[in-house]
Design a protein around this ligand. Structure first.
Ligand code: GLN
Length: 346
């Protein structure tokens, strides 16, 4: 049982971390998406939802931002649910591509995109979603995302969708190439619409952390008790997040941070630690890979300080994973609630 004192002490740690990261890291920013979003550069949100449903938030946690590529997680989950693992695997692989998210590269030997976390693979996953046409597919995807986040009013930003549809040459190019090679069937523009509608869904960091907790909780939303996806496919989705979720920085991320995650060019990152915690960060300002600069920095530090790497030795951290981000040692050491407890590295 987590006491209020423990929660407040953990909160002080998290606030200090966000405040410090908000002041650093901007030198590494190479871009914003869309570029005019530079006006949002100071928005910074961090949220966590535990599998017991408890929650903490820091910063601009109620700010809404588009899922962008984070939606690939939910599109793939629904493709698996609708088609099963084997049939889905014949259409989209699970190997990291090592290429940028919008690369025109494919797993030529197997005639499929490398994985569902890059654009080519997500377009095929969108094609695999069951439905009589794009609107039904979008509605089914929305319904699942509402279950994952617990926000039953979750919606597509129509202006953003229009803007993305009007600027889709690259995704159209990927789609037509795939169709010419037999990787994609059907109407390319319909598939693109489904994919980009999912990218245009607006969420808060808090809602996204609930989605992370739902994945951590075997597909059942711990806040609402509703099932968002079949248990059998949770490991497929989380596995591919771990190996492919951070584009061409996925290997380094898995090694250093060690949290199954998915990023989007809006500046959001969704993380999930099986059986423990869902995490979400939002901070615009992207690195060369298209990942949020401060988001990556915060996750790296969170992972280090709280021992969240899925393969971490619990003894590596003051807390260990089992302590679930709760600063129990503050109380044991007799520290004041809310004190920032000294780090004891090394
Ligand atoms: N809408 C974007 C695209 O397909 C999403 C990309 C992303 O978040 N990496 O280009």
């Amino acid at each position: 049982m987590v006491s209020e004192a423990e929660r407040r002490a953990a909160r002080a740690q998290l606030e200090e971390l966000v405040e410090r990261q908000a002041r650093v890291g901007t030198a590494d920013v190479v871009g914003y998406f869309p570029p005019e979003n530079v006006a949002q550069r100071d928005v910074f949100a961090l949220a966590g939802t535990h599998v017991d449903g408890t929650q903490w938030t820091v910063g601009d946690h109620a700010h809404r931002f588009p899922l962008q590529s984070i939606s690939k997680v939910f599109t793939y989950a629904l493709a698996l649910e609708d088609n099963g693992r084997e049939a889905t695997l014949t259409r989209v692989g699970v190997e990291p591509s090592g290429d940028p998210f919008n690369a025109l590269t494919f797993d030529d030997a197997n005639r499929r995109p490398h994985n569902p976390m890059v654009n080519a693979g997500a377009l095929v996953a969108a094609d695999l979603v069951a439905g009589s046409g794009p609107e039904e597919k979008i509605e089914r995807l929305m319904e699942r995302m509402r279950l994952h986040t617990g926000n039953h009013d979750l919606a597509v930003d129509a202006d953003l969708l229009d803007a993305q549809l009007a600027d889709a040459d690259r995704n159209l190019g990927i789609s037509y190439l795939m169709r010419s090679m037999g990787m994609l069937t059907g109407d390319v523009e319909d598939t693109l619409r489904v994919y980009l509608a999912a990218c245009s869904v607006m969420v808060t960091a808090t809602e996204l952390s609930v989605a992370g907790a739902t994945l951590a909780h075997g597909g059942v939303n711990p806040r609402t008790g509703e099932r968002a996806m079949p248990r059998t496919h949770v490991r497929d989705v989380v596995g591919v997040m771990f190996t492919c979720g951070m584009y061409d920085a996925a290997g380094e991320w898995a090694y250093d941070v060690g949290i199954p995650a998915k990023s989007g060019v809006s500046g959001g990152i969704l993380g999930t630690i099986p059986n423990h915690l869902g995490l979400a960060v939002f901070s615009p300002g992207l690195d060369v890979h298209g990942n949020s600069v401060r988001g990556v920095a915060v996750c790296r530090e969170l992972s280090d300080r709280f021992g969240l790497h899925v393969f971490a030795d619990p003894a590596e951290s003051r807390l260990g994973r089992t302590a679930d981000l709760v600063w129990t040692e503050a109380d044991e050491a007799g520290g004041e609630v809310g004190d920032v407890v000294e780090e004891v590295d090394g």
